[in-house]
Write a protein that binds this ligand. Structure first.
Ligand code: DQA
Length: 147
């Protein structure tokens, strides 16, 4: 069975109450439950982590390289700032899909640049919690196409 690592970046633990006009009312736990349901249907295994710490995310990716076949990541604010997270993805060579709840290009200018997109296989954004579902579907399809 293929193994996928899911990483939620900083402040995503606050979903449900965090700026609901932007991020909606769905909690991180609810997102994780729907991801687990889909993983079961598509017969892949998931490990789900949330971290507010850049170095911890770097370590998860670096260590995850040996254990996982793919990475689904919402790097949150680190999308726009973290050369370290980008380099960890690039160095690991892990098949990566980047997701965002909001359409970062329709928001403040500082969110218009993703340092992660160039090292991801693809990016899905702007569909709220559904971005994660579409991202996981895409990864599973890519993994099946590989094997
Ligand atoms: C986000 C968009 C980022 O700009 C922001 O810092 C987040 C969440 C999203 O999912 O829409 O924390 O990644």
């Amino acid at each position: 069975m293929k193994k996928i690592l899911v990483i939620h970046g900083p402040n995503l633990n606050l979903l449900g109450t965090r700026e609901p006009a932007v991020y909606g009312r769905v909690t991180l736990n609810e997102i994780n439950q729907s991801l687990k349901k889909l993983a079961k249907l598509r017969k892949v295994s998931l490990a789900i982590k949330q971290s507010n710490h850049e170095g911890e995310i770097v370590d998860l990716i670096t260590k995850g390289k040996k254990k996982f076949d793919a990475l689904l990541i919402n790097p949150a604010a680190y999308t726009h700032t973290s050369v370290a997270v980008r380099d960890a993805i690039s160095a690991s060579g892990i098949l990566t899909v980047e997701v965002h709840l909001s359409n970062i290009y329709a928001r403040e200018k500082f969110r218009h640049k993703s340092l992660i997109s160039p090292v991801a296989r693809g990016t899905i954004l702007g569909f709220g919690p559904q971005s994660y579902i579409l991202g996981l579907e895409a990864l599973v399809d890519l993994l099946h196409a590989q094997s």
